[in-house]
Ligand binder design. Structure first.
Ligand code: PLP
Length: 488
């Protein structure tokens, strides 16, 4: 490894070099991989993690140091044995740190799509863990000893909770919509109001979904007004399905008119056509009973006569990612038997969590305690304010004098396209830079530092302040105990 020519240029340990270059290490000063791996610290790492990972990281570390040395930017102190041991340990630890990590959602949006949407209930977590630790009866009928159907795990519960004749589940609601359209209308036409050609985000747009499902979209009405005769006139012998899409993430207000499900079902059924509704949010209980705005329920849609209703598992339902399809036996059977269903079927992980989540709805009196989504949405304002109060002193002290922290009233959101216009009265902390000059940079710096905490804190920037909404901070210690790690 030793290259004498370079040693001559930069000086070698044998021949003392001038002070300027003595501070820098050269490539030949670096130990060989084997030597680094024979040190006590490396041996301890190897005993814990095995040779492959540690040797790989040792090579990576030495490569990086060599490049630094060749650029004449490697201080000699950096290659002291204890420094090398420490850096190797850090590299191994970083390699083993999962990319997916818990965060503190202080955005004020309870069901935040980018932050994993609904939090699972304890019972769902426990059931999930128990089912994943070993074999289970996912597709095995214990009574007969024959092959079973994974849908049957939740079908009974879903029917009971929504009043449906039949139910099936897939990966997510986007898959549910795609499958429903493909199974009921492939190669034919689907009629949708122009007021309901929703884009959910992440490339889920109704017209594109329609195309992917192999159906032709027939748009009727206008953005703000669609009437029964718009649907009636669009029906031809190529029509296979009439569809309603819940405009979950926007609201059309003012001079508007839409055809309700009952009217639409009357029109469709008179011509022997089915109606499907994409409900999105998937509330199974009347939220107005909790002082929240009312979301349409699948049970209402079924009562109105819809043949199929689909909704998400991880929005207002408060469960895992899932697409729930409920409806008439005839329609659900067609959907379940459609070959695409196999590609979109739910995995055992979310299925276990979904079963346990649905189970919580059998005890509605306890739901606001047991279901984290509902617990957070109904959290008393005084409670949120108390949390903000509890966090304020430590945060103020840590951020002074560069920033000032104040307790502020806030307007939070339900999120994930649910009730987009409604706001939840909330409270939290507003952090403002003390100096006006460079305030923007100071805010970005703070937001970055908060995201770099062991438990990253995600807030939002508004009106030149960093806002930390405390609705979803049920335990103030989660924030206060890591404030000492804040580095600005
Ligand atoms: C959220 C939503 C979807 C997509 O549901 P995912 O479970 O996220 O796949 C589809 N339609 C509507 C109306 C929605 O609100």
């Amino acid at each position: 490894m030793s290259r004498p020519d370079e040693s001559v240029v930069h000086g070698s340990p044998a021949s003392p070099s001038p002070p300027a270059s003595e501070a820098l290490a050269t490539a030949p000063d670096l130990p060989a991989v084997d030597r680094l791996l024979r040190t006590g610290a490396s041996r301890a790492l190897i005993a814990e993690h095995g040779h492959t990972l540690v040797a790989g990281e040792a090579r990576g570390l030495l490569d990086a140091l060599r490049a630094q040395a060749l650029a004449q930017q490697l201080p000699r102190s950096d290659i002291a044995p204890e420094r090398l041991a420490q850096r190797l340990q850090t590299r191994v630890a970083e390699r083993l740190a999962p990319r997916m990590t818990p965060v503190l959602n202080l955005t004020g949006t309870v069901i935040h799509t980018n932050l994993g949407r609904a939090l699972l209930a304890d019972s769902a977590l426990q059931h999930l863990l128990a089912m994943m630790a070993g074999p289970n009866n996912l597709e095995y009928d214990l009574a007969s000893g024959r092959r079973g159907d994974r849908d049957s795990i939740v079908e009974g519960l879903l029917c009971e909770l929504t009043g449906a004749e039949a139910a099936t589940v897939v990966n997510n609601n986007a898959a549910a919509v795609l499958l429903t359209i493909a199974a009921l209308a492939r190669g034919q036409e689907v009629i949708v109001s122009r007021g309901e050609l929703v884009e959910i985000g992440g490339a889920f747009r109704m017209p594109d979904v329609m195309e992917s499902a192999g159906a032709r979209l027939v748009e009727v009405g206008t953005t703000n007004r669609t009437h029964p005769h718009d649907y009636e006139r669009a029906i031809t012998d190529r029509t296979a399905l009439l569809m309603k899409v819940h405009t979950s993430n926007y609201a059309v207000q003012g001079f508007t008119s839409a055809v309700d499900e009952a009217t639409l079902c009357g029109i469709a059924h008179a011509r022997g056509l089915p109606v499907a509704t994409d409900l999105g949010s998937g509330a199974l209980i009347d939220l107005s009973a909790y002082g929240l705005p009312r979301e349409p329920l699948p049970q209402d849609m079924l009562k109105a006569g819809c043949d199929v209703v689909s909704f998400s598992g991880d929005k207002l339902l408060g469960g895992p990612q899932a697409g729930l399809i409920v409806g008439t036996r005839a329609a659900v059977d067609r959907i379940r038997k459609f070959p695409m269903k196999r590609a979109l079927r739910m995995s055992k992980l979310p299925l276990a969590a979904l079963e346990a989540t649905l189970m919580l709805y059998l005890r509605p009196e306890r739901l606001a305690q047991d279901l984290p989504t509902l617990r957070l949405l109904t959290r008393p304002l005084a409670d949120i304010e108390a949390t903000a109060h509890a966090v304020l002193p430590a945060l103020s002290a840590a951020l002074a004098p560069r920033y000032t922290v104040t307790l502020v009233p806030l307007q939070g959101q339900i999120g994930s396209g649910s009730l987009p216009v409604e706001r939840l009265r909330s409270a939290g902390l507003a952090i403002a830079p003390a100096e006006r000059k460079g305030a923007g940079r100071a805010l970005d710096q703070l937001a970055t530092a908060l995201r770099a905490l062991p438990l990253p804190v995600i807030g939002r920037i508004a009106d030149d302040r960093l806002i930390l909404d405390c609705r979803c901070l049920e335990d103030p210690h989660q924030l206060t105990k890591q404030i000492s790690h804040l580095s600005l």
